[in-house]
Design a protein around this ligand. Structure first.
Ligand SMILES: Nc1ncnc2c1ncn2[C@@H]1O[C@H](COP(=O)(O)OP(=O)(O)OP(=O)(O)O)[C@@H](O)[C@H]1O
Ligand SMILES: O=P(O)(O)OC[C@H]1O[C@H](OP(=O)(O)OP(=O)(O)O)[C@H](O)[C@@H]1O
Length: 214
């Protein structure tokens, strides 16, 4: 008898806020994935009983693992996909981790000669202002973006809004929504062909679970 391991579907899962919602959706699709995987320090978790191996990744790195094929599929926010522009298939809108990408500023914002925009998403912000015909200096930050207009680093920011609580608590206003965000299922182009049955099967199950909730 062969001792070769079965070919598991490798899934890059984002640690953090998406994981809980994504694992809940996978469970609703009949795949019993624990809700607390991301509470452990283990980064690669095999679940042969569902034919999958989970790679617990930093959210922004998910498309990189999938593009290089070390993960066959992955779960990632549309914000990251727009910013990273990786060569992957976007298969399914999972409808989870819903929020929006917006331009944000102080209520008394006025145009300045050298406008500065702070963001975690420099490509998204540059493209947006280019399309608006506005010249701005984009400053990359890695978190707590709302600080920038409060302490004078930038006059506006491009960042995500969900409940609006962060804006309210810091006296900021949403000036313009750029696009809506939900998490997506993405696939490596070669894996999509070579493991089509497994990937398509998972898509079908997830799609039924998404539809059942509506
Ligand atoms: N306030 C929010 N509401 C809903 N979804 C959000 C919100 N903030 C982020 N998201 C979604 O969740 C994804 C992951 O966000 P999360 O904060 O877990 O990761 P991160 O910003 O990379 O964090 P860290 O740097 O702490 O690892 C984002 O890419 C986005 O799609
Ligand atoms: O509209 P709200 O419900 O307040 O959510 C929006 C906030 O959530 C995200 O921040 P996150 O919690 O990821 O922290 P960060 O500032 O460190 O990126 C985002 O960057 C906003 O700051």
């Amino acid at each position: 008898m062969s001792s070769a391991k079965p070919d598991l579907l490798k899934v890059a899962m984002p640690k953090g806020r998406i994981y809980k919602q994504a694992s809940k959706l996978f469970r609703a699709a009949g795949l019993p994935i624990p809700a607390d995987f991301d509470d452990t320090r283990k980064l690669v978790i095999e679940l042969p009983e569902v034919g999958m191996e989970f790679i617990m990744a930093k959210p922004v790195d998910v498309p990189t693992y999938v593009e290089y094929g070390v993960a066959d599929i992955g779960v990632v926010g549309k914000d990251v996909l727009m910013e990273e522009d990786k060569d992957v298939y976007e298969l399914l809108d999972l409808g989870i981790a819903k929020c929006r990408m917006s331009v944000i500023g102080l209520p008394d914002w006025k145009p300045t000669i050298h406008p500065r925009v702070a963001t975690k998403y420099p490509n998204v912000a540059s493209q947006y202002f280019r399309e608006q015909g506005q010249q701005v200096e984009v400053i990359k930050l890695n978190g707590s973006i709302e600080l920038a207009p409060l302490i004078g680093l930038a006059d506006r920011i491009v960042d995500m809004v969900e409940t609006g609580q962060t804006l309210r608590e810091n006296g900021l206003v949403e000036m313009k929504e750029i696009f809506g965000i939900t998490s997506r299922l993405i696939a490596n182009r070669v894996s999509y062909r070579m493991k089509n049955e497994a990937i398509q099967g998972l898509c079908d199950r997830l799609q039924s679970a998404i539809a059942a909730k509506v």
